[in-house]
Structures are given as structure tokens and as C-alpha cells.
Ligand binder design. Sequence first.
Ligand code: SF4
Length: 306
Amino acid sequence: MPYILTEKIKIGISACNFGARVRWNIRGWDKFSALDRERNSFIWTPVCPEVLSGLGVPRATIKLVGGNGDEFWESKAKVKNKKGEIVTEQIKKGTLAALENVKRAECEAFVFMEGSPTCGIYRTTLKNKRLGKPPGTFGSLLLKEELFLIPAQDLQSPVKWWDWRRRLHAFIWLKRKEIKSKKELYEIWHNYKFICQEADLEIARKIGEEIAQIDQLTNKVIQNWKKKVLMLLRQPSTFPRIKSILQKHFAHYNKHFNGKTEKISLPPDKISKTNFINQIKKMEKKAFIEKYDFGGVPVIFRSTER
Ligand code: SF4
């Protein structure tokens, strides 16, 4: 049976993706609406570090000079605007204020705007325009906080969002879980191994071997183990991998029930990504109702709210 998460996850989001016109050119995007009814399954905290810096809207574009966001916090890099003015101090204050908001709201995940010299994590280049080296100033802090990070553009892709969402649920459940015995640890690994193998087979195998060799379950052993699994859960999968692991589940599901339950059909090879995800969601639902162990989704969210 999957583990069940009942409490809504609190997620921070770069405000310009939340429909707020906070970008330098008085624009924003409503990427958030793509989630439709699922939006209500989370509690959102939109923040814009550049606006909190007091730079206003509209404003001159900014870029990192002399290093990346990590170096910015070590006072080795600066932030300069298009007019040539140094705005380092303002950005420091605004970015720290944004982080404080995210922490006060108890966010455990953040949806970031990739490409921005402030909110970007792996890229600080927008429309081929280099705005410094990644991560951005805020991105650097988000990475240090070990939040679960989701790129905003993936909210609009049904496949990518489905992948992020199941990883997010698995990440948060495990992060919060207090593990008290070896038996409990083995059971959790049994439920988590498929999603971990999908991310990186080699690392997942090593984690499995390490568990088998545990003599004494100390707090340090548990924390080390959790850290490795949480790291894997932060890695996105790919459509071919999702497809392959889930096709195995479809086949196993039908074999397992052997006509005792209504069959669900194996998605054909040429199915569109959206239809494939719709089939998966059906599978998720049926697996839950029929108590079938669906390893691709070890944790599901069921709100206790009406
Ligand atoms: S990317 Fe970040 S700093 Fe830039 S407008 Fe969006 S929220 Fe504000």
C-alpha cells in the first residue's frame, strides 16, 4: 500500500509565475493555472526578491558580475543593473527578506524561475542573454536550505508535473518520517526502491546493499540513509524511463489480479504523453482502491479536508 500524506504541502513560488506582473517589464506568467484543481492541494507562498529589494516595477534588468550567487553571498560577486548602477546591497536585503517569507510560511518546496540571475538555480541565461553564472542570488539560498526544487516551466507539462508531484510527495513524507526500527526501514525501502531505481539504478543498488549490511540502527545511520534517498528523489525522471517502469506495473497489475478485477489497459506505444499520464492516473487510483503495491508512486496525497 502507498503511504498517505494528508497535510497540504507548503510551496514557495517565484511570484512572476503565479500571475503577478512583477518582472522588470511589468509582465508575469500564469504557469500556476495549468495545475487546475490540483492547485488547492498545496498552500502557496509567492515571493519576488527583486521587488522586495525595493527596485520596483518596471525596473532596469540586472545581472550578476564577478561570480555566481554563491560567490555573491561571499562578497566576491556583485549585482549591476542595465544603467551600470551597483544594486548589491538592495538585492541582498530583498533576497534575504524573500527567504524569510518562505521560511515563515514553512515551505518545504519551491517552484523557481529558471534563467533569472535572482531566482535561477541551474541557469541564469534568459533568451540567450547571459546574466551571470548559476545559481542566482536567491537560487543559491534555496539550494542551501535543501528545499525540494521544481522548475516553474514544468508546471505546464502534464508528464513533468506528474513526475515532480510524486517525487515531492515521496520526499516530504520521508523527510518528516521518524524511523524507529530496522523493520520499518526495510519496509520503507521496499516501497521507495522503484522510484529510486528509476532515478539512478547504480546509486539505488548501493543504497539497497548498504541497508542489508546495517548492524546497528543509529540516528546517524538513519540520517545518512535518508539524505541519500532524498537526494535521489530531487532528480527528475525522463519520459522513456517513466514509460518503461509504468508499463511493467500495468503488466504486473493485470497478472496479479488475473481477471479478478476489471482490467486496465496497457498504454500503446504511440499514445500521446497527455493520454499516457491520464492512464497512469487511472492506474494510481485503482491501485489505491484495490490495495495494489504501485511502486512508481510510493506516497499519495489524500486531503482530510472536504
Ligand atoms: S524571477 Fe524572481 S526576481 Fe525575477 S521577477 Fe520572477 S520572482 Fe521576481
